[in-house]
Design a protein around this ligand. Structure first.
Ligand code: AMP
Length: 395
């Protein structure tokens, strides 16, 4: 079954229920302010298109944080409603609850066009994929749109069960379509050479992504704490670096499977005696016993940048070091710039690498910056996600 795009939907005079992923980072103190609006910004084209197509009402669903099925003002979507209203230049009404009786009354008022339902994860039924909750939500509208790629790996009431009530009336939003199209290029028809850069903290977290990438790519550049188990598996010392025994044995298996020698590992590092310590260069692959590796070194930056320069397709997930600390962010920033300077088809996925790309100011130069961290990795592993499958089939 093909995914139907909202571009082909007839929305004239229709009430539309649309699932977005407005799970944005907020400041920790009141008044809570959104610190990165990209997920909302990327949803705006879908909202505008629905308005252009003459939708009579747009009822928006989202989650925010992990309130675990309980009302918690800390996770209210109020800052999102305010931002949307400013950005769209129109009223956005925030309901008290997603299944508030008042919502239906609200939808009868001719002047109400855009309604944002309060955090769907305030209701225990959401994460339980509850049919009753899905049915109540479905009563609000004639058509369902899913634009929440970042939540499509979840089997929840508003992403999964709900599709049962909208057979042949369910569509993918513009962002959902863009995410799937971009990731599908990597999986189905990447122009060679295809170079992937995988970093981050642990091999075990990304083992399936690494295994999949080994099949797809010509070169796999490994950085971040992820690199130390590989180096240890090859006989180097890693000092006090993050490196579990489990990860070393996984790394050994991957290296054994790497018959074509696709995997590249750091040739040098930036080290310190603690996470807060002063940075010092560490030439060579081994790290002294009292030191920990916290970034890739200049030789590695140069070598990885050369590989990136030759690529026609690039996928990046995971920082090259403890990039939140300026002393150890050089490697990650250098990779962001190297990718931005190519003409390759480039996709970055995963919360931390996306944050690094935004910080580098080079986001515009990437072909696609995925809004889904876990969702993009799971899509790469499996080529499908429950929320997308349900949208196709009306499960
Ligand atoms: P992940 O979520 O697996 O992509 O991991 C990202 C986290 O790994 C970030 O918070 C980085 O600071 C951290 N990280 C990357 N490299 C290192 C390193 N060499 N030592 C400690 N933490 C690291």
């Amino acid at each position: 079954m093909q995914l139907k795009s909202i571009q082909d939907a007839d929305l004239k005079g229709k009430k539309v229920l649309v699932r977005f992923d407005f799970n944005v980072p907020l400041t920790k103190t009141e008044p809570r302010k959104i610190t990165d609006t990209s997920r909302i910004d990327q949803a705006i084209p879908t909202i505008r298109l629905m308005l252009e197509k003459g939708a009579s009402k747009i009822v928006m669903i989202s989650h925010l944080g992990r309130p675990d099925g309980q009302v918690n003002p800390k996770y209210s979507l109020e800052p999102v409603a305010e931002y949307l209203a400013t950005k769209l230049g129109t009223d956005v009404i925030l309901s008290e609850s997603a299944i508030d009786n008042g919502v239906k009354n609200l939808l009868h008022l001719p002047e109400t066009k855009l309604v944002l339902l309060e955090n769907i994860r305030f209701l225990p039924g959401e994460e339980k994929n509850d049919m009753e909750l899905a049915e109540k939500l479905a009563q609000y509208a004639d058509v369902y749109v899913n634009d929440a790629f970042g939540a499509a790996h979840r089997k929840h009431a508003s992403t999964y069960a709900i599709n049962a009530f909208f057979k042949n009336r369910a569509y993918a939003g513009l962002l959902m379509k863009k995410e799937i199209d971009s990731l599908s290029i990597l999986l189905e028809k990447p122009t060679k050479p295809f170079v992937a850069i995988i970093g981050g903290a642990k091999v075990s977290d990304k083992i399936k992504t690494i295994e999949k990438m080994m099949v797809l790519v010509d070169t796999l550049l490994i950085g971040g704490a992820m690199a130390y188990p590989f180096l240890k598996a090859k006989g180097a010392t890693v000092g006090k670096s993050l490196c579990s025994d489990e990860d070393v044995s996984l790394a050994k298996q991957i290296l054994m499977a790497d018959k074509g020698g696709k995997i590249q590992l750091p040739k040098d590092h930036v080290v310190a005696d603690s996470l807060e310590g002063a940075p010092s260069p560490c030439p060579g692959t081994s790290i002294p016993s009292e030191q920990m590796g916290l970034d890739i070194g200049p030789l590695t930056i140069q070598s990885y940048s050369e590989h990136i320069k030759t690529a026609k397709t690039i996928f990046w997930n995971g920082p090259m070091g403890l990039f939140e600390n300026k002393n150890f962010s050089k490697g990650t920033m250098a990779i962001a710039h190297a990718i931005a300077n190519t003409k390759a088809f480039s996709v970055v996925g995963g919360g931390d690498s996306v944050a690094a790309v935004q910080e580098s100011g080079e986001g515009e130069k990437f072909s696609h910056v995925s809004t889904g961290g876990g969702a993009s990795l799971e899509y790469i592993e499996k080529g499908e996600l429950p929320g997308i499958q349900a949208l196709k089939l009306g499960v």
